[in-house]
Each structure stands twice: as C-alpha cells, then as structure tokens.
Design a protein around this ligand. Structure first.
Ligand code: GLU
Length: 551
C-alpha cells in the first residue's frame, strides 16, 4: 500500500465499494439516449427561471429513449426549507412537465440511477472521495477559520492572489501519520482536491450555446467534502452526472465560472465530460436598466404565481419557448395545432444575454390561447382553477355554471365580437364580476362620465325609454334601440353639431348611458352580449337603480 492508499484507508475505513462497483450499479444507458436533468436546491421556492431551464432540459430529452431527471440538490442544509420537495414536484405535475426519472412527488422517486436526492447519496460520494485520495488527488485539510484568515492576511501583505493553493495550501503535503494524529485529537477536517502542479494555465469550455470560451484554469485546492462529510456542489455534480449518465448539463450561467474546477474533477475521477450549456438568467426591464427577475421584488419570479393566477399551462410554455428560442414564434404561428413537444429547440437560437421577461407579452399569448378554447372548456377551466385557488369564487361559479358559460360565450371564436378580454382565469371577476348582482350593487357609478353623456334632467326620460324598449322586446315587438334613440331626440354627430338645441345628444351617448346604467362601466363586452347575459329581469332592476342619478 502506498501512502495515498494508506491515507484513503485512514479517512474512509468503512468504504469497501469501489468506483468499478459503481460503474456496474449505474451502467451506461442503452440506445444512446439524451439524458438531461434539472437539479434544484430545496429552498422553498421555484424561480420561473428554473422552469425556463427545466423546459430546455425537458424538451431536449424528447426522443423515445431519452431521459429527463429531477434531482434534488440538498447538500446545503442551511438554505433548506422544509416542504420544498413537495412544492417543486407539485409545480412540475401541475404544469404537466413530465419527469422521467428522479423525485416525482413528496415521497416517491422513479428510476434505476437513484437515489435522486443528494443527501441520500453520501456513500457514492465517499466511494469516489476515497478513490481520489488513493490516486493522490485529494487530501484532508485541518485548517480552522483562523488558519484560513491568517493565510489570507499573509497573501494580502504579499499582494499575491488569495486562495488555498501551492505553498499556501497548509495541508497539501500532510503525511498519513500527521493526519492520523490530528484525527485522534478529534480535529475536524475537510477533504480538498489537490490541483496538479502542471495544470495548464488556461482551459476551454465548449459551451453548446456560447461556443468555445477560453478561461483561466483553477489553481485552488477546492473543497470536495465539507467537515460533515457532505459534498460541495462541484463534487456532487461530477459524481451524480457521471453515475446518472447525464449527457447534457444545462444549467444557470452562474456556474460557468466553475467549469475549470469541474473539468479537473472529471479528469481526476476518470469520468468523461458531459456536454455543457449555460443558460442566461431571465431579466426584467426597470427604467433604463435591466436586472435579474428577483424573488423578493417580482411576484412573477415565483413559478407558483402562474398556477395561482390561473394561466393556462400552454400559455406559459408558449411564452417560455419564445424566450428560449428566437425561431419559436415563427414555428408556432405556422403550427398552431401541433403539440409544443414537436418543436425542436436548438442551442443556436438561444440568447447569450438574458431574455427579457415581460408579463404583458405572456398576457397577450395567454388571451390568444383562452380565445382558442370554446366556452365549455373555458368554463371548466375557470371552475377547476377556482376550486383550487379561490374557494369563494368556486362556490359562486359552481352555483350557477350556466351563467359562467354565458359569460364565457362572450369571448372567443364563437363570440360576436371575437373578444379576448380574459388573459388568465384569475382575472375572471375583473372582467365579469359586474354581471353578478352583489358586485354590481357594491360598485360605484362613475357619475362624471354619466353626466358627460346624459344630462341629469334627461335621465328619467331615458330610463323610462329603455324600460319600455326592453318590455316591448319581451312581448315580441320589433323596435330597435336606434329607433328609440331617435324617438328620444338623439341624432348623429353631424346633425347634432349643426343644431345642438334641437336634440338631446348624439346616439353614441345614448348607448353609453345604457352601458353605464347596466354595468357602471364605459367599456367591456358588446352591448348585445351585456343584454343577453343580464336578461330582462336583471336589466329592469339595474335600470330602476339608475333613477337616483337623475334626482
Ligand atoms: N443546485 C444547482 C442550482 O440550483 C444546480 C445547478 C446545476 O444544474 O448543475 O443552481
């Protein structure tokens, strides 16, 4: 046994499996599949940028044998938030982002390459850590915080690059005997990577999105295992993505700078390097500048927001795809009826700088998608959504499904005006609330607008006229609103401009008055729809209330 092997035995006396055993337990996958993964940390929150990255991973692994995994990276116990696994899996399930392998809900995982939760993979990391020590690529470092601070001070004084490297790496050449003695004294240690003395100065990352990027090599003896034996991200990434047989590592841009470390690790571990793609974060325009979409400031940064607000999943995906690939929109317009899964994403069409996130664009895509659904589907969707997120609304809608259907009929392809008012199901009451009696009763008439269109003293006459009109409609007479307007003294713009003293006003004012009396609003669905949705009795009630504004 050489000294490295003796050190490995000292540090990992209970590890008997070898890297060769792991190669057998996690064999190379058959049929050359594309294997991707999304690897969130359980911090209680899934950023929409995460969904964006997951979607890239998911759609890249869209072939028959391909695999998309969800792996939980819970090595940083300080940042962990209880319940995160459920939050993340629920979002995936509700969005319909299929997980082929990995954690699929709070309790279960599927797949032969697990466990898919890093804290359950400690044995694997220790097997490979032992391997690195045996090969001379790793050593224990007993530095305390104070030792490290001292090294930093020394480096500052000498004006050399700070870090744990070369002659500053205090324990780089520790002997087995020294290590043994310190362990016997119960001293804590981390396991560090021993960077080769003849490591090249520069390395090249062949990034699938960015092309070849040359960067300075790593020269720090970075940490592999923390004092508690838990791996750092770097070491876990290498072990997991190798033994899970990941082919494409698609991850946030913030990891790009760590590539030299990863390359050194993969080489030392005798692992083939996967392909890498580093995705730029989604950005938000704020005044003149752009910043990252922020968990703290922007509600839309949270993936749950889209479920809570009732965006159809398809709308979110269409929007994210437009951000992911510049050629998507063209494809989508030409293939409206195709499944989104048929779109082939490509790295060439990905943005190098962060995609600009814009909710108004999502709203416009979403309203188009809601427009495409018929009233039955939209009615079911809004009721299902309310059942989950707004119990009070659910009771309201579910009590009178036919009324919801009537309201939804004012939208979409089957509607008279082809309206697209609804951008997400959560906006249902903003658009249609006024048609419910209690909402109408507690809403305010915009009096200024009313009096701009109808003189106060005319109101009674006008309301009487409207009432007659609706009563006569009910009894089958065929008068029109236009006739009524004329009869009551309204005319077109031209005539009114010539002889204003001869008329009460212009016909559009007469229409506007009716809308205001029935909906307390100047805008909204067509008047024909307002009338048909409300029906005779409700119209009468609302007109009745209008008299008060003429007093
Ligand atoms: N847990 C890492 C993160 O959340 C994953 C990065 C990766 O995909 O490798 O940023």
């Amino acid at each position: 046994m050489n000294n490295y092997e003796r050190m490995a035995e000292l540090l990992f006396p209970n590890i008997n499996k070898t890297n060769q055993d792991l190669e057998k337990i996690y064999p190379i996958r058959k049929n050359n599949p594309t294997v991707t993964r999304f690897a969130p940390s359980p911090t209680g929150f899934l950023h929409i940028g995460g969904v964006y990255t997951a979607l890239i991973n998911r759609s890249l692994a869209s072939g028959e044998n391909d695999v998309f995994m969800l792996r939980l990276e819970d090595t940083d116990k300080k940042r962990e938030v209880a319940g995160s696994r459920k939050i993340i899996c629920d979002i995936f399930n509700k969005l319909g982002l299929k997980i082929d392998e990995g954690v699929v809900n709070e309790f279960d995982e599927v797949g032969e390459y697990g466990p898919y939760v890093q804290s359950e993979r400690v044995e694997i990391y220790h097997i490979m850590a032992k391997y690195l020590v045996q090969k001379g690529y790793a050593y224990p470092c007993f530095c305390t915080e104070e030792d490290l601070a001292q090294i930093r001070e020394q480096q500052q004084a000498l004006k050399v690059t700070p870090g744990y490297y070369g002659s500053y790496a205090k324990y780089r050449n520790i002997t087995v005997e020294e290590a043994q003695s310190l362990i016997e004294q119960n001293k804590n240690y981390v396991l560090r990577f021993r960077v080769s003395e003849d490591a090249p100065l520069r390395v090249t990352l062949s990034d699938l999105i960015r092309g070849d990027i040359e960067m300075e090599n790593n020269f720090n003896d970075f940490v592999l295992l923390k004092e508690n034996g838990i791996p750092t991200y770097h070491f876990a990434h290498a072990c997991d993505d190798h033994f899970m047989r990941t082919t494409h590592v698609i991850r946030g841009e913030e990891w790009m700078a760590s590539f030299p470390i990863h390359k050194q690790l993969f080489e030392a571990l005798d692992f083939a390097l996967p392909l890498y793609a580093h995705v730029a974060p989604v950005m938000k325009q704020e005044g003149e500048s752009r910043r990252k979409l922020s968990k703290r400031k922007d509600p839309e940064a949270n993936a749950e927001f889209y479920l809570q607000e009732g965006y159809p999943n398809k709308a979110l995906f269409v929007y994210l795809y437009t951000l992911i690939n510049s050629n998507f929109e063209e494809w989508y317009l030409a293939n409206k009826d195709a499944s989104l899964n048929d779109f082939k994403i490509s790295f060439d069409n990905m943005q190098l700088s962060g995609a600009l996130y814009d909710l108004s664009k999502l709203n416009s895509i979403s309203s188009e998608i809601i427009y495409e659904y018929d009233e039955e589907e939209n009615t079911t969707n809004v009721i299902n959504w309310a059942q989950e997120f707004n119990q009070e609304l659910y009771n309201r809608l579910n009590n009178d499904r036919d009324f919801v259907l009537k309201l939804m009929k004012t939208q979409g392809k089957n509607s008279m005006e082809h309206r697209k008012d609804l951008t997400h199901y959560g906006a249902f009451m903003d658009i249609f609330g006024i048609f419910y009696d209690d909402v109408f009763a507690s809403s305010q008439m915009p009096l200024d607008t009313l009096y701009e269109n109808i003189k106060k003293e005319d109101l009674k006459t006008i309301i009487d006229g409207f009432k007659n009109y609706f009563n006569s409609l009910k009894s089958g007479e065929e008068i029109t609103l236009k006739d009524l307007a004329k009869e009551l003294g309204y005319t077109d713009k031209k005539k009114f401009a010539k002889n204003p003293e001869m008329y009460r006003g212009v016909v559009f004012q007469f229409y506007k008055a009716l809308r205001l009396l029935l909906t307390h609003s100047e805008h909204g669905i067509s008047m024909d729809d307002v009338i048909s949705v409300l029906g005779h009795d409700r119209i009468m009630e609302r007109l009745e209330k209008g008299y008060q504004y003429g007093e």
